[in-house]
Design a protein around this ligand. Structure first.
Ligand SMILES: Nc1ncnc2c1ncn2[C@@H]1O[C@H](COP(=O)(O)OP(=O)(O)OP(=O)(O)O)[C@@H](O)[C@H]1O
Length: 253
């Protein structure tokens, strides 16, 4: 177990958003799914210590409050839903910034190799010298993902990392994130709306409803018509084909 919550609750003022969440993250990919405003981003922010709720969050068994900010940021990389920066930087420099925690007196060959590999994987090699403010939404999102990976964390938290990407990019980027997760034996948590992508790439799914964990388990166990109806209020048909699971949404209940 790398990251764990015990009876985690969170309030914004008087509004309780998370209600006693017990959630465990193992190496591999965990998808957090659930309707709008259910608390996915809030949970992600609690997992990396940006927000502090009631109950416990444990990183490598130790309470998150007991780690310093630097210690957390060396282990956990968090990619927020909206990546905005006014910094005047090129694409290459922005991804290299992800190496900040690793840099010694100078930028090593290894740092450059990692940045080059990530730029290539995110199909950004041609754009290395482009200014950040000259990118499309999808390109900027891939720069943010490359920077998060460049930090080489033990835990990678990504809030809707494919929301601006076209169909091909969604698949290519998630395929690379999965490969990176396995290669580095890390735990990657992805908040995502697309249930088909969650089924395709996640080893584990955590389904939230009303600020609570509705269920956690393998996509096949969790993504049933009954669960989808109960959590999203839609009727869905599930098809199993060539070891893959497909969710067809038929309509609102
Ligand atoms: N800074 C804040 N102050 C007050 N309320 C907030 C704040 N951030 C989020 N909320 C509220 O908390 C609830 C959960 O928001 P959160 O962003 O965690 O949901 P989400 O599941 O990530 O939603 P979405 O799928 O729409 O991105 C919502 O009702 C939201 O309006």
């Amino acid at each position: 177990m790398i990251l764990k919550t015990e009876q985690l609750s969170f309030y914004y003022g008087n509004q309780q958003v998370l209600h006693g969440i017990d959630f465990q993250i193992e190496p591999g990919i965990t998808a957090i799914i659930g309707p709008n405003a259910v608390g996915k981003s809030t949970l992600m922010k609690c997992l990396c210590g940006i927000l502090r709720g009631q109950g416990n969050v444990r990183l490598d068994g130790k309470l998150i409050n007991a780690w310093t900010h630097e210690e957390i940021s060396r282990r956990v990389s968090y990619l927020p839903q909206a990546f905005t920066t006014r910094a005047v930087l090129t694409v290459f420099e922005t991804v290299l910034l992800g190496r900040l925690g690793h840099l010694g007196w100078h930028v090593s060959d290894e740092d450059i190799q990692i940045v080059d590999r990530l730029l290539e994987a995110m199909q950004l090699s041609e754009l290395g010298q482009r200014w950040l403010n000259q990118l499309s939404g999808g390109q900027a999102q891939r720069v943010a993902i490359a920077q998060a990976l460049a930090r080489q964390p033990n835990v990678l938290l990504m809030d809707e990392p494919t929301s601006s990407l076209d169909l091909r990019q969604q698949v290519d980027v998630l395929t690379f994130i999965k490969k990176w997760t396995l290669e580095n034996r890390i735990a990657t948590v992805i908040a995502i709306h697309d249930l088909n992508l969650a089924a395709q790439f996640a080893d584990n799914v955590c389904m939230l409803a009303n600020g609570r964990v509705f269920g956690q388990g393998a996509p096949r166990e969790l993504l049933t018509p009954e669960a989808i109806a109960s959590v999203y209020g839609v009727t869905a048909h599930i098809v199993h084909e060539n070891d893959r699971l497909f969710v067809h949404v038929l309509g609102s209940l």
